[in-house]
Design a protein around this ligand. Sequence first.
Ligand SMILES: [Zn+2]
Length: 636
Amino acid sequence: MKTKPLATTAALLVALGALSAKAVTTALCPEPALITEKPGAFEIGKATLIEYAPQVPGAEEAARFLAECWRVPTGLPLPVQAGDKPQKAGAVRFAAPAAADEKQPSEGYWLCVSPAGISVVASDAAGQFYGAQTLRQLVTPADLLRVPCLEIRDAPRFGWRGLMLDESRHFMGKAAVLKILDGMASLKLNRFHWHLTDSPGWRLEIKRFPELTTVGAIGDHSDPKRPAQFYTQDDVREILAYARARHILVIPEIELPAHSTAAMRAFPNLSCTGKPEFMYCAGNDEVIRFLEQVLDEVCTLFDSPFIHVGGDECPKDVWKKCPKCQARKAANGLKDEHELQSWMIRHFDQYLAKKGRRLIGWDEILEGGLAPGAAVMSWRGVKGGQAAAAMGHDVVMSPTSFLYLDYPQAAASDGYSYFAVRINSCERILSFNPCEGIPADKQKHILGLQGNLWAETCYNGKEAEWKLFPRAAAIADRSWSPAAKVSWASFETRAPEICARLKAMGLHVAPYGEPAWYKPVAAWKTGEQSEAWASRDWNISAAFKEAGPYKVRFIYTRGKHQLQFRNVTLLENGTEIAKDARQGSAGANPKSFDYTFTMPAAAKPGAVYTLRAEIRSDGGNDSSGTICVFPENLDK
Ligand SMILES: [Zn+2]
């Protein structure tokens, strides 16, 4: 064996240690609460054992999970075994705190990596699992056999770190849900809110009422005749077991009193009119009994302490004309239909409470008085959540303006359609502080936050993955990490590795920010154009440098009307150098239109380049958008 000069070896080891620690720890997601990087690394090798202290909740499962994650990329045997003695050299060990002062917070863990070994200490099974998830992230494709030395003390800021998936409007199916659960667990997200019933289709088998699925599961948002798609109770049990093993709680949502046309396609007698309506009749005792029996089965199937009952967007017009609804109102001294809805929510709050469950609903359940004990999911901004917290109700924040994932993730089109035009990018999600505007003594009522993926414009599991990831990683940072550690700057440096890890899990992952070509140099705004064709100039000098082909992309951002353009000309110091006469348009669909111009030579220093186009706004003057000009090779 050759010997090297000691100083060189030591210097090399320090350099390697510093390199690997820097390269990997910066890419953890969510960002740990406290991390201390140290020189050196633990080498994973043929002799590496993965040990767990026997009878410690979750330790064996975490050890087996980590071994599975590491075996495939490393090709090493990594045997898993029980061991009651700390600590064999060269082992990774999962154990409970050895002393009272080592007790870890709920879901928290203490991870120490040294050249001699690795220890994970946690006081509960979720903490053991999250220690394993962090270790999984510390091994990167660049260096599969070394874990950088460090110490992490970590625990979540919020207990509710969630995603919601709407499977009524479009059904994603079991394989898609399992994949999403894996992606969530890798980011330490722990609440999966499952929107199973809504007007387009009822997706949950209820044994007592088979018509809910034989009839109610037919159709979706795209096709009212699509053959029935739903989850059997066996499917649900399988998905719940899968989620439980990943420390994810599944919260079912059974919508009432509105968003329920699918149920009334199966049972028209449950509406005020005898025809399928958007909302159940609030005055009919048969409706109350039916929903109780549905909830009985839901509570048998799901172990979640929370049952979501919707409660959103209930127009009251049908109730105003219904004798039964009016009779219920009179009998209970209710002053209006808001109080009638409130009566219904309170009834099911009490019903669920008797079964040991808690009702959670959208913030409309505040209208007309909120049932005591009920929790609120604040979606129409944060005001509902703030009001509910002030009244002492628990709150999950999921405002449209930050956390709706059916909104686009970038200004640049990614080829998918979105329900709205307002952008909820990773950067925007990270800027959301769920406790802002809530007095310190009420902040304990903020359970956490959740991203919601409604599925009017989401057609299958692959598309759902694209819209969920990597925004789920931003939600993970925001809901797990201490507020002071959360920023776009921090996320942006880690994002390439975060996205690469999610892709390695087989997920379809969107870009985490705007593409390289997206640098708007000009814009048009609502009110600036009319229905008549008119010429308009934009100074776009900043966009040009080298000679070569450039794209000019007109991108609609918002407004009711489409912008049309033609005779698009490029001028250099007022002289035309290129022209494309074609007529194009940018609106909701298509969102953008491209022209290509070739710059015959490099831009002249000090020259003014002007884009001139004839434009009109079709149908009115409400159209806004941006214009990007970029070298064609950036558009990959
Ligand atoms: Zn009625």
